[in-house]
Design a protein around this ligand. Sequence first.
Ligand code: FES
Length: 134
Amino acid sequence: MDSDMYADELIEQYEHPHNKGAIENPDGEMHEHNPLCGDDITIYFILQGDAIKDVKFSGTGCVISMSTASKLTDFVKGKTMGEIGGMGAKNVIDLIGIDPGPARLKCATLSLRALKEAIFLHEHKAVDAETKKL
Ligand code: FES
């Protein structure tokens, strides 16, 4: 796909997001926001063993933050918490297919940051330095 097609797909995901909503009594939940713009996201997940059985997100944000959350929540279903723990900004860029550039990278990584923080909280661990940088 060329970058225009990736951009079209992101707008489609923004207008028709996957996995939008809340989960009652989740195994993990985390709210995150981008202080630069005020956009916010909450991620919820249910586990089966150590893998993500279901995951949803709620909140408001720009096209990049919301469409990335849509794609990320599709991608992580069935993945283990360990696999998600190893994900970083590069994985998010690969997932959305375009590099948003330094000014918008935080938009793209907002949902991954929230998800990884929710996993750290679930595991009663401190958030690692890599996740804090997202
Ligand atoms: Fe707020 Fe993108 S402009 S997350």
